[in-house]
Design a protein around this ligand. Sequence first.
Ligand code: BGP
Length: 477
Amino acid sequence: MAFPKNFLWGGATAANQCEGAFDTDGKGLAVYDIISSGSHARPRIVSPAMNQEYYYPTHKGIDHYNRFKEDFALFNEMGFKGYRMSINWSRIYPNGDDEIPNELGLKHYDDVFKELKHYGIEPVVTISHSDIPLNIGKKYGGWNNKKVIDLYLKYSTTIMERYKDYVKYWIPFNEINDIFLPLSGVGQGAFVPEKECSFLDQPELLKERMQALQNMFIASAKTVIAGKKINPEFHFGTMICHITRYPRTCNPNDVLLAFKNDQYFNNTCADVMINGEYPYYALKQFKEWGVPVELSEEEKAILKEGTCDYYTFSYYQSISESTLDFADQTSGNIMGGIKNPYLKETAWDWPIDPVGLRYTLNKVYDRYHCPIMITENGIGCIDELTDDHKVHDDYRIDFLRDHVVEMNKAIEDGVDLIGYMMWGPIDLVSVSTGEMKKRYGFIYVDTDDKGNGTFNRYKKDSFYWYKHVIETNGEEL
Ligand code: BGP
């Protein structure tokens, strides 16, 4: 096996999907706190104010806020070398524009980082994993407003100063390119609708989303510049939701379609964040979207100086696209695409494509020539807890093994892959559906879609499998 000696084996979570304690220790409301639970068939509802009729899964999460020590002990038992997590912005600045930070919120993450240090687990910290204070959406209209750049910078600087001795790896935004999708208006853009709407069918707001993205690029670059002054040893990563795209046929129009969509959806953000300037195709695209890129000389210099050092991405699936009329055009996959006859799908219709991971790793390394970390990869499944508290999840082991095999091949191809953060090492709330039923973890959490249960943690079969993978540095799968 080809995994380097210091390979960062670990897992990834997001504060809003696991912490719970949504109003504890001075935390303010965040945009995800007003998005109800849902299911594969029943979309989540965004309600501008809390509605008693709904259950809001972020409010309890998996109670990680109170149980992080127990959870880290389990991660340590698996041998984690790294752990990707996010800080909840609304714990630090409850309204987003507060004069001074909330000390109790800061203190909580002091404890979190001390505990990780105790186990020698390297934190990889997402600064904003959609944990945007709700007030930023309501008062400022979200990321569309340039003032939010300064609010974010104040927050990012506060945490980078405070945790500089604990954290080396930072990620300014989770899946920044999600903003290309209308369904990310609330989560990424902090666009709080005036009346209730379906999470999957949010107002289009194309211009606002594209302006928001331009503002986020500046915020990211300013954070990198500020961070390097705090500690020149800090590393900053992109985080791209990489939806690998295939032409469904070899019709040249299909090839061009997949290429173009790959360019704008998968490449735009990393091109700006790693190369420090907008690529030619994005300039044209933003103009067509009605929000031409108009940068001052100062802004150009900021983008050039504040570039990321490593590339990270989430990889769950590939999709196939075509200009032709395929009968199976629609699937339940939130990312769209046409059924790929060569691939099986998960229970939530996400195509399973391990070879696509090797292809993607090569593709991005070829483009950026910098270290790469996979910061999310996993499979959401319906698990069954047996009477003796076991979960026999061979399907999860199969999925992960197949992906690790392809990672190994990519390393043999010459790709500089430095880490693997499996998504959801402990069951947590699903973003797309707001369910607990869609489980990713090595660790089962006893709670359901309504927040009932003991919240006890149980080790699944995959727990022991991953432990062995880490122990053997990927030699034995
Ligand atoms: C990514 C998000 C994660 C995570 C994952 C799985 O897009 O960054 O936060 O949730 O998708 O998706 P889901 O929870 O919808 O199954």
